[in-house]
Design a protein around this ligand. Structure first.
Ligand code: NAD
Length: 353
């Protein structure tokens, strides 16, 4: 076994159908008395439900979270937290809402309690993102890691099927890249393989029966494991490409992950055979990259950049941006090979394995 270092991110997890009912006790456990409840405008009803559960421990609502945490929204939420004298933030929603909570915590150190309703996994990471002047910057800071996470699969029953599938593939992407991370370790590898297995198995059921609570539980369990991997080790080519495509070309987050992952795995396959074997085993297929592509295609999830809003004349620039600064990845980043990868992804072709 190779030498490794592993820092576990400490958070408390409360998991299960109906787990939301534990919220008042969990807030008390944090020693908080005035919670600011965060959500997107679309999930304001869920935020109101949370506030009602909290009763007098709810300081107010801020239902204005949007994708990629614009600095203006972060500032407004920080001001609102100060104005209301909030001593914690409760974020109910996907990565955008958790991200807003993190922006508050980064500035004030307020504890966050996250209630994830997608499979993005942000609740398990000390990674934050803020967008200023159209540029998204990310960083790591222990203060932004949610102290408590309540995973209640009942809250994911409303997640539309298309988003369910792409969000689960977003989770799988964290785990797959974690398996070949230069700073990976045997513990994160266990979580990654099990996270991929649980997420893919859940997808198979949810594609035909989106209200299946057992499968919703499995998908959230998978998302938890995959998010933990994202929080503990470094990501490679896949995340870099998705960051570039999301940040510079405004492509939707989970859909971009869904399209790119098979191609990023194919790019790295020869240099990371052990990781590929584990991804393939978790999916129950022979080839990891093809298995991920088929998983998306079989259920009607997007397989082409063109279909999710990329324009062909942006592909050259995307390749330039991806190689602009080299970072750890099993295979060195080569411009021509990445340009070819992007073309295949644009056209929706299967990965070149
Ligand atoms: P999202 O949070 O933007 O949610 C998308 C839409 O789905 C929103 O309108 C939301 O209100 C709605 N929604 C969420 N859950 C729902 C449910 N159960 N029922 C009905 N509607 C629901 O999407 P996301 O993919 O979860 O998050 C994407 C963002 O998170 C990106 O900005 C990404 O960069 C960030 N992210 C950050 C990390 C990290 O570690 N910092 C990790 C993953 C993602």
């Amino acid at each position: 076994m190779k030498t490794f270092t592993y820092t576990a991110n400490a958070s408390r997890v409360v998991f299960g159908p109906g787990a939301l009912q534990a919220l008042p006790a969990e807030i008390e456990r944090l020693g908080a008395k005035r919670a600011l409840v965060l959500s997107t405008p679309e999930q304001v009803d869920a935020a109101r439900r949370v506030a009602a559960l909290l009763g007098e421990r709810a300081a107010g609502l801020f239902p204005k979270a949007v994708m990629h945490v614009p600095i203006e929204t972060a500032r407004e939420a920080r001001d609102e937290a100060k104005r209301l004298g909030a001593d914690c933030a409760v974020a109910i929603g996907g990565g955008s809402t958790t991200g807003l909570g993190k922006a508050i915590a980064l500035d004030s150190g307020l504890p966050i309690l996250a209630i994830p309703t997608t499979y993005a996994g942000s609740e398990m990471t000390p990674i934050y993102g803020l967008t200023e002047g159209g540029v998204k910057k990310t960083g790591r800071d222990a203060r932004v890691l949610p102290r408590t996470v309540i995973y209640d699969p009942e809250l994911t029953l409303t997640l539309p099927l298309a988003m369910t599938l792409t969000s689960a593939l977003n989770a799988i992407a964290h785990a797959a890249e974690g398996l070949y991370a230069h700073d990976g370790n045997p513990i994160t590898a266990l979580m990654a393989e099990e996270g991929i297995r649980a997420s893919a198995a859940a997808m198979q059921v949810l594609a035909g029966d989106p209200k299946n609570l057992e499968a919703r539980s499995n998908a959230l369990y998978g998302a938890w494991l995959c998010g933990s991997v994202l929080g503990a080790v470094s990501m490679g080519l896949h995340h870099k490409l998705c960051h570039t495509l999301g940040g510079s070309f405004n492509l939707p987050h989970a859909e971009t992950h869904t399209v790119i992952l098979p191609h990023a795995l194919a790019y790295n396959a020869a240099q990371a055979p052990g990781a590929m074997a584990r991804v393939a085993r978790a999916l129950g297929v022979r080839d990891a990259a093809r298995g991920v592509y088929d998983l998306a295609a079989r259920h009607g999830a997007p397989t082409s950049l063109k279909a999710i809003g990329m324009s062909a004349d942006g592909l050259d620039r995307a390749a330039e941006l991806a190689v602009a600064n080299q970072y750890p990845n099993p295979r060195p980043l080569e411009r021509a090979a990445l340009r070819a990868l992007l073309q295949r992804a644009f056209d929706g072709e299967p990965p070149q394995t």
